[in-house]
Every structure is written in C-alpha cells, then in structure tokens.
Design a protein. Structure first.
Length: 109
C-alpha cells in the first residue's frame, strides 16, 4: 500500500509562548521546592523551627497568591500557546493548597 503524501502538513502560526506564563511557571515551581525544603527542615527539627521560618512561610503563601493572579492573567493573552499558562495555574493552585493546608493543619493540631 502506498503512503499518501500529506500536503500542507506544516502549519505556520504567529502564536508565541506567553512570557508571563513561563515566569509564573518558574515561580510556582520554586515555591513548591521551597515548600518541600521547609517540610524537610520541619521534620528534621521535630517541628521546632523558629518564627523566622513561619514568617517566610506566610510570605510564600502571599507569593503563591500573586503567582496565581499572574498565571490567570496570562491565560487571557491572545495569540499565545496555553501550555505554560495552564501549567503555571496548576502549579500555583497546588502550591497554594500545600501552603494553606499546612497552616490550617498547624492551627488545628
């Protein structure tokens, strides 16, 4: 059987990757790494970290909210691929759930 040659298999587009989406993805990834480092430190110190770590955690929660707002804004950009904005939204929500869940558990335990 003979293969048919596809005509026009290349699609030329003027879409680009969203710079705000890429930046939000990187920041959300860094916040998740920051969360993992804090969890590991908390287990190593048996939960007796100083108040400085707590204030850095509050700052991370605020940064997660900012990253989520930037990621949501990058979703509205026209003529851009949606990979990085969607990835950054997912990572930002995941980070917010992790940090927020840790604080809620800290209040009730």
């Amino acid at each position: 059987m003979r293969k048919r040659r596809r005509r026009g298999s290349y699609k030329f587009t003027e879409k680009t990757h969203s710079k705000r989406g890429i930046a939000a993805s990187i920041l959300a990834g860094l916040l998740l790494v920051w969360y993992l480092v804090f969890v590991i430190l908390a287990f190593r110190c048996d939960g007796r970290l100083s108040a400085y770590f707590g204030s850095a955690g509050v700052m991370a929660v605020l940064l997660s909210i900012v990253v989520l707002v930037v990621a949501a804004g990058s979703l509205k950009e026209e003529d851009s691929f949606k990979l990085f904005p969607r990835l950054s939204c997912f990572l930002a929500v995941l980070g917010l759930v992790c940090w927020g869940g840790t604080y809620v558990l800290g209040f009730f335990l």
